[in-house]
Design a protein around this ligand. Structure first.
Ligand code: OXD
Ligand code: MN
Length: 589
């Protein structure tokens, strides 16, 4: 293996090993042989279970502690020297106090265990977008998952040896004591410490912790953006490619949208969809004044329940090899996996996510945890775009904000300007899901889908969006969508999934200026005839309802936005101006 020679790296690893006191330190080189050997250790200890290698080659099964099944936002903290730099939406602790508190918990936490040192890159190493990290961990699950989700290996070590900076990531599962669980970020030190969890979102430190929380902080300093966004490529029959980014809160369908299958009618018209990313985008302004995006990850950490042949056949194919399944149900007859809504054939001789005997045909209880996951290599995805591999960045035509809203939000509208789009993003709300601990289904404000992921004061973050807009000569158009609006009988009015392409094509027409629109207080709405619903069983009345701005619902929506904004000591004037205008115009309806 390429030897680590950078003294700063070696000193830091030594210091962390002196603190956590593992039996040995093993550097991960990302080679197949080494990962195979480490996997075999986890099979021997029972930490991981090997699945049917004929049906699911290279796939593993993993179960977390039943109390450790989702991101823990209450125990996620931002440790900046000044409290106001973390802002009113983050948990804040003074860095000195947090290092001291966690230092005691890390002291000896790896005794009797191996410390694995994982050098990784978010983004393709050597590209303008890439950032390096090293995660020190005592969990083989983390090693094997990081090898899927990030780029690990010799090239990263060479770059470290050449003196490139890196994020210092320390993780120990310790005793999985939920009272002493912390996921702490020290943006001013480019450092992340996580202890007492083994759930992906809390421990795969390249993902939410580095690529979003530390990433958003670095982006603010360095003039780029780290966002909770998928990236989708749309090609027409002439082969012209357009790219859009979409920010939706956790478990609101980003992976499904990123891998969507066009309805037959659009396939016949020659449209092709490819996937650049499903969860995180890093965005930079190009020399041509446009915004360019990469997906810094190397795999997908997707929600399993609800993934099926109809909702997302591409995700299913993606998980058929080299994948780690976490907290799903197991079919003991053929040693495969199952989750709710996978198919109509649950195992009769199964085991639920807690490892209890489970008969899917007769049991009232769910087999898989609602936040059970697959961790799958992006290269497995049948729709993965070539641009994913170059990591050079694709020009973004449109940014889509969205959430789960049963009532107030129309199917789609377009912002009137970049600043208005920033206002729309700052005011967005969504019903909570099982991706984080806490109550599911309550509406909460989640600006740009970044509420749990912004590593600094969100007022500053909004200002950064406004400033980025000023630097672009050709910024993306901004849209808001809601695939989840329901009727009087609580039935979804819009079919969603592949049919969402119809809405995206309207957006692209708007970007080109080839269709008109109706101006409303929220933004520009499609004229019903401009939304291509060919082959869709939807009545003109339903379409009209989907597009309607419900003034009454918006009056209470405005109160909700005001309540959320009241948390902040200040907000950019561009945002408050848009809010004032919305209030006035809604009252005039
Ligand atoms: C995720 C999340 O896992 O947002 O992507 O929780
Ligand atoms: Mn996410």
């Amino acid at each position: 293996m390429t030897e680590v020679k950078n003294q700063i790296v070696l000193d830091w690893v030594k210091e962390m090993a002196e603190l956590t006191k593992p039996d040995e330190v093993v550097w991960i080189d990302g080679s197949k042989e080494q990962l195979e050997a480490i996997k075999n250790v986890s099979l021997a200890t029972g930490e991981m279970i090997e699945l049917n290698q004929e049906k699911l080659p290279g796939c593993l099964y993993y179960r977390t502690n039943p109390k450790d099944v989702a991101r823990d936002e209450k125990r996620t903290v931002i440790c900046t020297r000044r409290k106001e730099d973390a802002g009113p939406t983050n948990n804040w602790v003074d860095p000195k106090e947090m290092y001291e508190k966690m230092g005691k918990l890390f002291d000896g936490a790896m005794k009797g265990r191996t410390m694995y040192a994982i050098p990784f890159s978010m983004g393709v190493p050597g590209t303008e977008f890439a950032k390096l990290g090293i995660e020190l961990t005592d969990s083989i699950y983390v090693v094997l998952s990081m090898a899927i989700m990030t780029r690990v290996g010799a090239e990263v070590i060479e770059r470290l040896n050449a003196g490139e900076d890196f994020t210092r990531c320390l993780h120990s599962k310790a005793t999985i004591n939920e009272q002493e669980k912390y996921i702490a970020h020290f943006p001013e030190d480019n450092t992340i410490w996580s202890i007492n969890s083994a759930y992906g979102g809390n421990v795969l430190l390249g993902k939410k912790c580095l690529a979003l929380r530390i990433g958003s902080y670095l982006g603010k300093q360095e003039g780029w953006m780290a966002e909770h966004m998928l990236i989708l490529k749309i090609e027409n029959k002439e082969g012209e490619a357009k790219y859009v980014c979409g920010a939706f809160p956790s478990a609101c369908g980003k992976t499904n949208l990123a891998m969507l299958t066009p309805p037959d009618y659009f396939k016949e018209k020659g449209y092709k969809i490819s996937t650049v990313g499903d969860d995180i985008s890093w965005l930079r302004i190009g020399e041509d004044g446009r915004l360019y995006a990469v997906n810094p990850e190397n795999g997908f950490f997707g929600v399993a329940p609800g993934t099926n042949e109809k909702s997302n056949p591409n995700a299913l194919r993606t998980t058929h090899k080299g994948t780690i399944f976490t907290n799903v149900a197991r079919n003991l007859d053929d040693n495969t996996v199952w989750w709710e809504k996978l198919d109509k054939n649950p195992p009769e001789n199964g085991e639920d996510w807690l490892g209890r005997p489970w008969n899917g045909k007769t049991s009232e209880e769910k087999g898989a945890h609602p936040n059970s996951r697959f961790t799958a290599p992006a290269e497995n995805c049948p729709t993965i775009a070539d641009e994913f591999f170059t990591g050079e960045g694709v020009p973004i035509s449109a940014i889509i904000f969205g959430g789960r809203r049963a009532k107030s939000e129309p199917l789609v509208y377009q912002a009137k300007s970049w600043d208005h789009g920033v206002f729309i993003g700052s005011a967005m709300a969504s019903e909570t899901t099982a991706a984080a601990n806490g109550q599911v289904g309550v509406v909460r404000h989640d600006p740009m889908a970044m509420l749990p992921f912004c590593g600094y004061n969100m007022a500053e973050y909004f200002q950064h969006w406004i400033d980025m807009g000023k630097k672009m000569t050709n910024p993306p158009q901004i849209f808001h969508v809601n695939w989840f609006r329901t009727d009087e009988n609580d039935e979804f009015m819009w079919p969603g999934f592949g049919d969402n392409l119809r809405v995206i094509l309207w957006m692209l027409n708007r970007c080109e200026g080839s269709v008109g629109a109706v101006e409303t207080p929220l933004g520009y709405e499609p004229k019903a005839e401009d939304l291509d619903v060919h082959g869709l069983d939807i009545s003109p009345e339903t379409l009209e309802k989907l597009l309607r701005v419900d003034a009454e619902a918006w009056k209470s929506e405005i109160n909700g936005i005001q309540e959320f904004y009241d948390k902040f000591e200040w907000l950019p004037k561009e945002i408050t101006d848009c809010f004032e205008r919305l209030k006035k115009e809604i009252n005039e309806i």
